[in-house]
Design a protein around this ligand. Structure first.
Ligand SMILES: C[S@@+](CC[C@H](N)C(=O)[O-])C[C@H]1O[C@@H](n2cnc3c(N)ncnc32)[C@H](O)[C@@H]1O
Length: 270
């Protein structure tokens, strides 16, 4: 099999999942970039990159989040953690979030977000592990495609438990751990190169254990497969023949957690 064609896209300036294989002529043979450098380079093209993973995630998650914001979480306060260019914050505000904040560490990603009128002025530069918010503020939080960049995500879980209200809903989505094992990587292609960004994969068990020991209960975990709706990304990249294989196994994993009622003590113990 020609491994070179395992990338979702060969076009420049397109987001893609790369298989880790240094003999692949499409892939950078450089070491993965740090998160800071990676997103500095990705930021200017992030929103223009056709990305089947983001599309698949939105297709499943957006109806659920919109429903919540229309019903149980009507007029509630939302947090988009590691918001990047504000993809989810913009949608959540449009879907009825009464107030909301997006937080990210990358200044270049936030600069792109701040050009979006609906969310300009709602953005904060900070780390997920040290949230600059008062306790008991948010009713809905989402952390999309960022957990794998956060080595010590126990700190993030503890901070999230602090800043969310009892019964708050938390969604975490990321590349499925099995997809990572199969060699999929988060990366992109710019004018010069195919680039991977440093990632630390977390097993589903670790993710659940970490959040449940820091004030959340796991409501559900849902593996997602790419579907026919995402096939056009492959077609446009001239890789229609790769779609069947890529869509056979879970690509994403989404967790829904709920902040439990009991107070969180310092250190995260219950
Ligand atoms: C793939 S992007 C996802 C952006 C957005 N959530 C989305 O789904 O489009 C990952 C983002 O995580 C941010 N990030 C990574 N580690 C972070 C940390 N420890 N604290 C805050 N942001 C972080 C990066 O700067 C980047 O903007």
């Amino acid at each position: 099999m020609n491994r070179a064609s395992n990338t979702v896209s060969e076009e420049p300036a397109r987001a893609e999942l790369e298989r880790s294989n240094s003999s692949n002529r499409n892939l950078s043979t450089h070491a993965p970039l740090s998160v800071a450098e990676g997103y500095e380079r990705w930021a200017p093209i992030y929103d223009q990159d056709p990305n089947p993973l983001l599309a698949c995630e939105e297709r499943h998650l957006f109806p659920l989040l919109s429903d919540l914001l229309r019903t149980n979480l009507r007029n509630k306060c939302v947090l988009d953690l590691a918001c990047g260019t504000g993809r989810w914050l913009e949608r959540l505000m449009a879907a009825g979030g009464a107030s909301g904040v997006g937080l990210d560490r990358s200044e270049p990603m936030l600069r792109v977000a701040s050009a979006k009128s609906r969310i300009a002025g709602r953005l904060t530069r900070a780390a997920c592990e040290n949230l600059p918010f008062r306790s008991d503020v948010f009713d809905l939080a989402i952390c999309s495609f960022a957990l794998g960049h956060i080595a010590d995500f126990g700190l993030m879980a503890r901070e999230l438990a602090r800043v969310t209200r009892p019964s708050a809903v938390l969604f975490i989505s990321d590349l499925h751990p099995d997809a990572y094992v199969r060699g999929w990587r988060v990366g992109f292609r710019d004018q010069n190169d195919a680039v991977q960004i440093e990632t630390v994969p977390h097993s589903a068990k670790d993710t659940i254990r970490t959040f449940t020991s820091n004030g959340f209960e796991c409501v559900t975990q849902v593996p997602l497969l790419l579907g026919e709706t995402e096939k056009h990304f492959f077609d446009r990249a001239g890789k229609s023949d790769r779609f069947a294989e890529a869509s056979q196994l879970p690509a994403l994993l989404i967790f829904q957690f709920r902040r439990i009622e009991s107070p969180i003590t310092v250190g995260g113990a219950q």
